[in-house]
Design a binder for this molecule. Structure first.
Ligand SMILES: Cc1cc2nc3c(=O)[nH]c(=O)nc-3n(C[C@H](O)[C@H](O)[C@H](O)COP(=O)(O)OP(=O)(O)OC[C@H]3O[C@@H](n4cnc5c(N)ncnc54)[C@H](O)[C@@H]3O)c2cc1C
Length: 381
């Protein structure tokens, strides 16, 4: 087993660090830290990510993407500012779902614009009454007077990129057949109402509610039925879950770095806090837990590249990554004393952002039940 990066992976990671520190972070700093970025800023960011092949990371090269393996993608992904990484996973994940449904042929102009980062995409599954159980979706596609169209009625909630997206991949039930359908909705053609939901973290991002009130959409935009909908979702989870684990761990690592600097400089009881045994133990606990959880996430992604990943493995990776990150960031905050609570120190922002990763693509309980089902062969869901 080789834990070293190949020279290509090292170059990829170095380039991602340069992109992040040289361009993305300064662009974010031009905007208020606690308000959603303007759409123009997100388009500029997606343009830069497109140059890097990240907007089509999971789309194969023959489809116009960069066909990055899951592990290589993760090495880049974990270097991105979290608010950008979350917008990217929603955008790029939607592009790869559209590709898997044949959209590169059916809607070439739209698909190419998503890969180029000139249009923004989101995937809208969750609803006010449909969260962890995606099969209980209520949004309806009903017949229209125009036989070429359907009407969309319902509400989607907690949709990343929702207010700024040009293209929404919307899941709902066909009133005619009762099937689950995924439909590509172009906002300029099928105008719906979108509003931001202010949240605890990732405040420069966009987490939105979408309202569809008898919104017409061409029937030709329907992409798939029940089986392909669930298959596409579960395939995406194999990779998304460890990626969310890594994002949380990267934020925890930044909190740890801040705490380490603090305890080296802060003198109490006649010596730097870094010289106190309990402080050293806390730092060792943080490092050991972050490093082991990161390896679990990377091994789940490696398994995805080998075609041997299981839902339990990816669920455990996110569960471990996020819960370790929550605990590590909280200890790092405590090590800074009162300064840990001050916004200027930066740890409170990391802890708020980590909270945001606890929910999407599986809560702690749901991830536990997914892994438990595979271990025991019994479903407790
Ligand atoms: C930052 C962020 C980004 C998101 N992005 C998107 C997106 O782009 N597109 C999209 O469609 N959705 C998105 N979501 C929505 C997300 O997928 C849902 O919030 C998630 O599936 C949980 O659903 P819920 O919030 O309705 O919680 P619920 O399902 O109502 O769960 C509430 C609580 O009950 C627990 N629970 C549920 N069922 C069980 C059970 N059987 N046994 C024990 N405990 C249980 C859960 O673990 C949780 O603690 C996003 C959410 C967040 C926070």
């Amino acid at each position: 087993m080789d834990f070293n990066l190949t020279s290509e992976q090292q170059q990829l990671q170095d380039a991602a660090i340069r992109l992040s520190q040289g361009r993305l972070m300064p662009w974010l700093a031009e905007h208020p830290a606690d308000q959603p970025l303007p759409k123009s800023a997100m388009l500029k960011i997606l343009g830069a990510l497109a140059e890097f092949g990240l907007t089509g990371a999971r789309v194969p090269v023959e489809g116009g993407g960069s066909g990055l393996g899951a592990l290589d993608y993760a090495l880049v992904f974990e270097q991105l500012p979290p608010v950008i990484a979350v917008a990217l996973i929603a955008h790029e994940g939607t592009a790869s779902r559209l590709y898997a449904s044949g959209a590169a042929q059916t809607f070439p102009e739209i698909f190419e614009s998503l890969i180029a980062g000139t249009r923004i995409a989101c995937t809208a599954s969750t609803e006010p009454t449909t969260g962890s159980d995606p099969r209980s979706i209520k949004l309806k596609f009903t017949a229209s007077d125009d036989p070429q169209q359907m009407l969309i009625s319902g509400t989607k909630q907690w949709i990343t990129n929702g207010t700024i997206a040009d293209i929404a991949l919307v899941t709902g039930k066909s009133d005619e057949s009762g099937e689950l359908l995924r439909v590509m909705v172009e906002r300029s053609v099928s105008p719906y109402v979108a509003a931001e939901i202010p949240c605890v973290g990732l405040r420069q991002g966009h987490l939105s509610e979408l309202n569809f009130s008898q919104v017409p959409v061409p029937r030709a935009n329907a992409l798939g039925n029940d089986n392909s909908t669930m298959k596409t979702l579960t395939q995406a989870w194999l990779i998304n879950r460890p990626l969310f684990g890594l994002l949380a761990l990267t934020a925890a690592r930044r909190a740890r770095d801040i705490a380490l600097e603090h305890v080296k400089g802060r003198v109490q009881f006649g010596a730097p806090l870094a010289r106190k045994q309990l402080v050293q133990e806390a730092l060792v606990d943080i490092d050991a837990s972050i490093q082991s959880a990161r390896l679990l996430c990377l091994s789940a992604l490696h398994a995805a590249d080998q075609g041997s990943a299981t839902q339990a493995q990816s669920a455990m990776a996110k569960r471990q990554g996020v819960s370790v990150a929550e605990k590590a960031a909280s200890i790092a905050m405590r090590l800074c004393g009162g300064m840990g609570l001050a916004t200027e120190t930066g740890i409170e922002r990391e802890t708020r952002d980590i909270k945001m990763f606890t929910i999407p693509d599986g809560t702690y309980e749901i991830l536990t039940l997914i892994a438990g089902r595979e271990i025991t062969g019994e479903s407790a869901l």
